[in-house]
Design a protein around this ligand. Structure first.
Ligand code: BTN
Length: 250
């Protein structure tokens, strides 16, 4: 089995600044890119992570790619569900390959054994109240075993299993499992997507420590709202937070 349209138009590049930036430039130069087009690079010189961080990836060791979807069916208010679909796709592929529990640390970090194995950077364009294009940047650590940047707790597939992986085969499986969930999204299976996300959510219904307004507090994750904000129980009160407003203490 392989994906139907995801990654069918695949451009492989040796060295780029950032696959997300290149794909975005291609789009703004009105390149006719079909739904599911993807760009992969052996090396990124300015790999971008969330909140302006640098994404570390040794050349030719890992998967660094950007995928273009055209989710014109999706309302802006529901855009977090795209992040859910992509996260679940990555989790499924990793579960198949590694046979280990895979979790999602809110909003969309992929975790195994309390360590981050993959990250997602989604950049959308809008038309009216719908999404027009979505550039989905995925950094998945595969064969790299040592990390030098100050990223808090990285790990790779090889760190987990001790095995070396074929990047092409992993990429194919990744496209297939992401497409499965993307089709669920297209079929408006919001409840299923959210339920599956909560099942895999790191620290869901567990107490943990968080930094809010400069203070460390003990809290329990109880839900995510429809915009993808984190809903927690803190000091017997339910509160909702955006990514910039709360930090996990690991
Ligand atoms: C994160 O910080 O967790 C998100 C990391 C996203 C990294 C990927 S690598 C491919 C794509 N191109 C980029 O510049 N970033 C994303």
């Amino acid at each position: 089995m392989s994906a139907i349209f995801t990654g069918k138009n695949l451009v492989r590049l040796e060295r780029v600044t950032s696959t997300n930036s290149i794909l975005s430039e291609m789009l703004s130069n009105s390149k006719p890119l079909v739904d599911g087009s993807a760009i992969m690079a052996d090396e990124q010189t300015q790999g971008r992570g969330q909140q302006g961080a640098f994404w570390e990836s040794s050349p030719s060791k890992n998967i660094t790619l950007s995928l273009l979807y055209r989710p014109e069916f999706l309302a802006i208010d529901s855009q977090f569900y795209l992040s859910i679909a992509v996260s679940l796709g990555i989790c499924d592929m990793l579960k198949d390959e590694l046979n280990q529990e895979v979790q999602i640390k809110w909003p969309n970090d992929i975790y195994i054994n309390n360590k981050k194995i993959a990250g997602i950077l989604i950049e959308n364009t809008l038309i009216g109240n719908k999404l027009k294009t979505s550039i989905i940047g995925i950094g998945l650590n595969v064969n790299q075993t040592e990390f030098i940047s100050n990223a808090p707790n990285p790990c790779s597939m090889k760190n987990v299993s001790g095995k070396e992986y074929n990047l092409e085969q992993i990429t194919d499986s990744l496209f297939e499992s992401i497409e499965n969930w993307y089709l669920q999204l297209k079929g408006a299976k919001f409840t299923e997507l959210k339920n599956e996300y909560l099942k895999k959510l790191f620290r869901y219904k567990q107490e943990g420590y968080y930094k809010i307004d400069g203070h460390i507090v003990k809290a329990e994750i109880v839900d995510i709202d429809t915009s993808g904000r984190l809903v927690i129980l803190v000091n017997n009160e339910i509160k909702t937070f955006d990514t910039k407003e709360i930090e996990f203490i690991l």
